[in-house]
Design a protein. Structure first.
Length: 593
């Protein structure tokens, strides 16, 4: 099966579902705009690298002058060396700062593009995806890719150039000593690589523990009311302490391994330099080498070890970055189930007529249809209530109107225009929704009412709040409409949150209004205030009402009883009671209870 087809059919999948790994070619579109900055950084890298053999040569000459006791010549050469060192470090600054600038811009563009793609995905994806996983991909994974890009140019490239230049200089000075170095280098490389592999294991365990700790905190903070209600603070403290101890142990193992690594590698570096000094001294005694060249050679060895270590470390990070890139590519490859037609046009202002023509819908291809060949016409200004048992298809029907999902068969029209032929934004801006569970975001009350609007009219916000019966309680708050709403609106009551949701819908001034169990979770006093607000908002609009409390739908223009994805009864309250059918039975059961 082609990869794109598989992604289209299965919008949520794990990284193991990809048969091919993403390559760094995915980053080319993000690298191209940074070409100028990267080229400037590489020029600085060339200058930085070119000064390594120059400094090694100057070091050898200074050793020779020191041995000969030529103080003034040594001072003059030291001054030249300082100037060379300053140029060397200035080039290093240019390399580091320019590459950091390019890498951070690449990570920024990749993050924004990925977020834009996520916003285009359909609700069906978010119903299955894990929020924590999405957050990790948008933060840690993209940051890691940016770090790898930075290190490839700012660390790996100069390390490779440094190896080439320094090795060439060492071969020029003494090829026999260089041959001895090439015998020792693989041993050091193996040990450094082994430590590098071990250093991957323990940090991964540590990251896993951090992830578990983060999940536990999110879980507890979200359910803090339950913790308080059951006096479970000691239990949660003990559970947190256990997880924190596991995290401490994993982090200590990483620190312990690093503490061993540095002495071992340092010892090998010192041993190799001593070996070269002994071998070089023997060559001096036999006339094959002179003192200044030996000094330059030892300095070059010191310059050689560091890039080897860097390259091995960078290789491990490169592989980690590729794993993160796979996860990002996985996300970018998901195609929205609901897509705009490239030829779609703007939906003009509507009157609110809605038609369902032979509409069938199922959430999965292998599941039974939720709606079956449904036909329905709702006239402008009509209030239609949908009732029936859970799973009858009520919420599915209204979710098809703003194209949260697309039906497999049939079509839906607004004012005679197929909704598939218009842009999603122009359609949804003319549809207001008041859900059962109101979602509020961190921000002021005014910003929550004007959600989605960059600029808004303060007077219009206040008028919308008055219509929604929210102005009074907002005015009593410390900062009025500028009062900060906490995360998820936890500092507001259910009735207050619901009235803000109504004000949000009023400000949008939609021609079609969807009320999805808007009063089901409220106490009687709050329900009365919300119901009064809804009755004002419904005036002159086409309204779809979903409610299990039949008392709230008695005044609807038409009541539709749904069962197994079909409309089995239709009429107003009195007519349906007179029929003594399903609606009458539902009504009798509720009021008898």
């Amino acid at each position: 099966m082609p990869r794109s087809d598989r992604l289209r059919r299965d919008p949520v999948f794990s990284s193991t579902s990809l048969q091919k790994h993403a390559s760094y070619n995915l980053l080319w579109p993000y690298l191209r705009p940074q070409t100028k900055t990267i080229v400037q950084a590489l020029l600085c890298t060339l200058v930085f690298t070119a000064f390594w053999p120059i400094l090694a040569f100057l070091a050898g000459q200074m050793v020779n002058l020191l041995v000969q006791g030529k103080v003034w010549e040594l001072a003059r050469l030291a001054a030249i060396t300082i100037v060379g060192f300053l140029i060397h470090k200035a080039a290093q600054y240019g390399q580091d700062s320019l590459m950091a600038k390019a890498a951070l811009q690449i990570a920024y563009n990749l993050r924004v593009n990925t977020y834009r793609h996520i916003q285009s995905l359909s609700l069906s994806y978010f119903e299955k995806a894990k929020t924590g996983d999405l957050t990790y991909r948008m933060t840690e994974d993209i940051d890691r890719v940016g770090e790898v890009v930075n290190k490839v140019f700012h660390d790996a490239t100069p390390s490779i150039l440094q190896l080439i230049v320094v090795l060439s200089y060492m071969i020029y000075l003494n090829w026999t000593l260089t041959l001895a170095i090439l015998v020792i280098a693989p041993i050091m490389g193996f040990l450094v690589g082994w430590f590098g592999q071990q250093m991957l294991v323990f940090p991964r365990r540590s990251q896993s523990r951090i992830s578990n700790l983060s999940s536990l905190l999110t879980e507890v903070f979200s359910g803090i009311r339950l913790v308080r209600a059951f006096a479970a603070e000691p239990y949660e403290i003990e559970r947190f302490s256990r997880e924190a101890e596991r995290n401490r142990e994993a982090r200590y193992r990483t620190a312990w391994l690093r503490a061993i690594q540095y002495p071992v590698i340092g010892f090998l570096q010192a041993a190799s330099i001593l070996f070269i000094v002994v071998l070089g001294s023997w060559q001096i005694s036999t006339g094959q080498l002179n003192g200044p060249n030996l000094g330059s050679y030892v300095a070059a060895i010191a310059m050689l070890i560091d890039p080897i270590v860097h390259l091995i470390d960078n290789f491990n990070e490169f592989k980690q970055g590729q794993a993160s890139l796979d996860r990002i590519d996985e996300l970018l490859s998901i195609e929205p189930a609901v897509q705009e037609d490239p030829q779609s046009r703007m939906l003009p202002p509507i009157t609110g007529k809605v038609e369902f023509r032979q509409v069938s819908f199922s959430y999965r291809s292998d599941s039974a249809p939720v709606l079956r060949q449904l036909n329905l016409t709702v006239e402008p200004g009509e209030a239609v209530a949908l009732v029936g048992a859970s799973g009858a298809g009520k919420s599915t029907l209204v979710n098809l109107i703003p194209r949260f999902y697309d039906p497999q068969d049939g079509e839906i029209l607004v004012d005679g225009i197929p909704i598939r032929s218009v842009t999603l934004g122009s359609l949804r801006r003319q549809i207001g929704i008041v859900p059962q569970e109101t979602i509020l975001f961190s921000g002021t009350i005014a910003q929550n009412i004007a959600f989605g609007q960059r600029q808004f009219d303060r007077a219009a916000v206040e008028e919308a709040a008055r219509i929604a019966n929210a102005h009074q309680f907002i005015s009593q708050m410390p900062d009025g409409y500028d009062t900060w709403v906490g995360e998820r609106g936890v500092n507001l009551s259910g009735g207050q949150r619901q009235r803000l949701a109504i004000a949000r819908a009023v400000l949008l001034d939609p021609r079609i209004l969807i009320l999805d169990e808007a009063t089901s979770a409220l106490d009687s006093e709050s329900e009365t205030l919300v119901q009064e607000a809804l009755e004002r908002v419904m005036q002159g609009r086409t309204v779809f009402i979903i409610a299990h409390r039949l008392a709230t739908v008695r005044n609807a223009s038409r009541i539709l009883v749904m069962e197994r994805g079909q409309i089995v009864e239709a009429g107003n309250h009195d007519a349906l009671l007179a029929e003594a059918g399903r609606y009458a039975r539902y009504y009798a059961q509720q009021f008898r209870a």
